[in-house]
Every structure is written in C-alpha cells, then in structure tokens.
Design a protein around this ligand. Structure first.
Ligand code: ADP
Ligand code: MG
Length: 344
C-alpha cells in the first residue's frame, strides 16, 4: 500500500489541538483565569459556575484591567504583557508568561471579556472566537477590573466533553483549586458560588493562611495545626506552612503544595510526608498539609508541562529529606504533648 502524503495541518486545527492540551477541563481553565487575576494585582476574586463549569465559568476581579487597545490581540496565541525575552523566563514572578491561556480558551469555548482600567471612563466588552475579536469592543458601565465569562466549554470538542466527569465532580475539582488558591493567597478575597446558590468558598480580603484553612477546611483541622517554618542557605530554599498534629487524621491525604507560588504536586514529597505520618496516625489515616516552598528561581524550571502542574528543581532529594526530617521533629513535639484518655 502507498503511504499517505504528508500535509501541513490547517492553522485552526493546530490551534484547537494545542488548546485542548492547555485546557483539559473546567478546573484547569479556571486556574489559568485565577492566575491572570492574581497577576493583575486583584484583591478580590468572585467566581460563578453553572453546570460544573461546562455551561458557564465566570471570574470577576478588581485588578488592573485590560487596556482597550489590547482587546484586539489579547486572545491571540503568544500575546502577553508579562515576558519579552527568553532570558527573562527564569525570573518571571507572574504566573503567566506565554500568552496561551486566553487564546486556548477562545478556541474551545465562547469567551467574553469585560474590562476597565483606572484610566478609562467606562468598561469595554468584547466576544472572542478562535483567538479573534468577533466585533469591536462595546463601551458599557462597569467597575475597575475584569470579568471573563467562558460559556459552553468544549462545545466544538465532542469527545472531550463526553470524556469529562459529571458536573458535580467537575465542580468538586473547581472548588478544590479555588480552596487551595484561597489558602495560599490569604491577602486576596475569594468567593466561589454556583449560579443562583449561596457561596461554597468565601474568604475575606487580608485574611491569614490559618484563618482561611479554618474557614474552608473546617474547625477540626484548624484546631490541630502546627506551623512549619524552615530555611536552608546552602540549598537556597525556604519552606513555610501548616501541618496537622498526630491528633488529627483523615481518610484522604489533603496536600496543598505551592512552589514559588505555583500550585504543583510532587510525588516524592507527598510520599515521604505520608510515610512519616504512618508511624503516628491510626491505620489508613492521613494528615492535612499546606506547604509553601520558595526556591531560588534559577533552580526551578517552570516551563515543563502545558498545564505547568509539574515543576522540577535542583537538589530535590536533599530538599525533600530536610523537609520531612523537620516535619517529623514537629510531630514528635506534638505527640509528646498528646493527651491520652484512660478509663479509670
Ligand atoms: P499570560 O498570562 O501568559 O500572559 P494569558 O493568555 O493568560 O497569557 O493572558 C494574556 C494577557 O491578557 C495577559 O498577559 C494580560 O496582559 C491580559 N489579562 C488576562 N487576564 C487578565 C485580567 N484578569 N486582568 C488584567 N489583564 C489580564
Ligand atoms: Mg495567564
């Protein structure tokens, strides 16, 4: 049989494939949008969700807004206000840097942006499809900041839409990512609600990590928190956060890990921490852990994965070991003050 001739894919097909890699489900899209709001220095973020984010995912912030002149290109691929030179990549302190999120979303959903900067007298609103403005931005009344509405996610990707879980499970993933960001960004107020319902997550502006853990994850966790705070000059890292004492135990390991402010997962850290607790907790019991790890940016490669979930860093094994040793020390302290109830 003759081979098929090789042909270049059409640009819109390329864009849609790339978009599907960045935006895998509603919770990913929302994570990108929250990061944009945080990059824009917002202090209050309100998220509204319909049907697990598949019908509507809307995020409103009070950040810097988007300049009217930028409306034209804001949803094109690789347009960003955050990075100019490749060499800048190691020192980016914003979440975004490659201008792919809004473009990707506009290829797999109906996207509407409403935004006002502090210089403009009114807000502007525009709809986007496949990276392009559908019509010139319309002026309208509005407060400073940005509202991004994502409707009918994956309307043009049947397979993806059908592969997703139920709206309830998608909502659970959304709630999970909002909760984690709310704990970590305690100075920013977060609100998450289902359209027409009461709030599921609500934290005030200028709160604390501990207070937000209590508000979101409940009193019983909050009562057993022990703080972690260590730094190491040789390996150039700092690690802060809260861990639950040996008196608290839950079926599912709750692990909130931020490395240089990015929400990530680290299998090695996760496993080592859980192993330490196995000695102290009842069978099948796990802790709640919130850790914020700051590494020298030169030692981290943030550009590894399209969803940026994975971050690799230098001296990973040694750093994990130091953290788990410190953590075990904290647990020993907390277990020596453990209260044993005995019947008499
Ligand atoms: P990146 O975040 O990598 O720059 P995005 O596609 O996420 O790429 O966003 C493109 C640009 O749109 C950003 O660089 C920023 O200038 C602007 N932008 C997006 N969301 C917001 C927002 N909520 N507030 C202000 N500007 C925003
Ligand atoms: Mg972004």
């Amino acid at each position: 049989m003759e081979p098929y001739p090789i042909k270049k894919l059409q640009q819109d097909v390329i864009n849609r494939i790339a978009a599907g890699e960045v935006i895998q489900r509603p919770a990913n899209a929302l994570k990108e949008l929250m990061e944009n709001s945080l990059d824009a220095k917002s202090t209050n973020i309100v998220i509204t969700v319909k049907n697990g984010g598949l019908k509507l995912l809307q995020i409103q912030d009070n950040g810097t807004g988007i300049r009217k002149d930028d409306f034209e290109i804001v949803c094109e691929r690789f347009t960003t206000s955050k990075l100019q030179e490749f060499e800048d990549l190691h020192k980016v302190c914003t979440y975004g840097f490659r201008g792919e999120a809004l473009a990707s979303i506009s290829h797999v959903a109906h996207l509407t942006i409403t935004s006002k900067t502090n210089k403009d007298v009114c807000a502007y609103q525009a709809e986007y499809s496949d990276g392009k403005l559908k019509a010139p931005p319309k002026p309208l009344a509005g407060n400073q900041g940005t509202i991004i509405a994502v409707e009918d996610l994956f309307y043009n990707m049947n397979v993806r839409r059908h592969a997703l879980r139920s709206p309830a499970e998608e909502y659970q993933k959304i709630s999970d990512v909002v909760s984690k960001y709310a704990v970590h960004n305690a100075n920013v107020g977060f609100t998450l609600k289902k359209h027409g319902c009461n709030c599921d997550v609500k934290t005030p502006i200028n709160s604390s990590h501990k207070e937000n853990i209590r508000m979101i994850y409940g009193n019983s966790i909050a009562q057993h928190l022990v703080d972690m705070n260590l730094s190491n000059d040789t390996l150039q890292f700092k690690c802060k956060g809260y861990i639950t004492s040996v008196n608290y135990s839950v079926k599912k390991f709750q692990f909130l890990l931020f490395i240089n402010n990015r929400l990530v997962d680290s299998q090695s850290l996760r496993k080592c921490i859980d192993a330490v607790y196995q000695t102290y907790l009842p069978k099948n019991g796990h802790p709640f852990i919130y850790l914020s790890l700051d590494l020298n940016p030169n030692n981290v490669d943030v550009n590894v994965h399209p969803t940026k979930h994975e971050v690799h860093f230098l001296n990973e094994n040694q750093i994990v070991e130091i953290i788990t040793n410190t953590l075990e020390g904290k647990l020993l302290e907390s277990s020596s003050s453990r209260i044993f109830y005995t019947q008499s």
